[in-house]
Write a protein that binds this ligand. Structure first.
Ligand SMILES: [Zn+2]
Length: 72
């Protein structure tokens, strides 16, 4: 599974606000995710994200082509 900053991931766990979707703000050993429902930010271990990911919806702006080179 590949995660990149800007991706929207859908997790199995529901945030208390009711949203399943999180925006990836930072990747690494730990991820920083922002809840798409309420804007709450969390730090979470990569393996927890991988375990709980149902779906990756791609970038918020819809650009999926050439994303590996974007912003370099
Ligand atoms: Zn939330």
């Amino acid at each position: 599974m590949t995660y990149e900053v800007g991706d929207i991931v859908k997790l199995k766990k529901k945030h208390p606000c009711g949203s399943f979707e999180w925006e990836v703000l930072r990747v690494g050993a730990d991820f920083r995710l922002k809840c798409c429902g309420c804007g709450h930010q969390i730090m979470i271990a990569r393996r927890q994200v991988e375990k709980n990911t149902k779906d990756i919806k791609g970038r918020k702006d819809g650009k999926t082509e050439g994303r590996s080179d974007a912003g370099k």
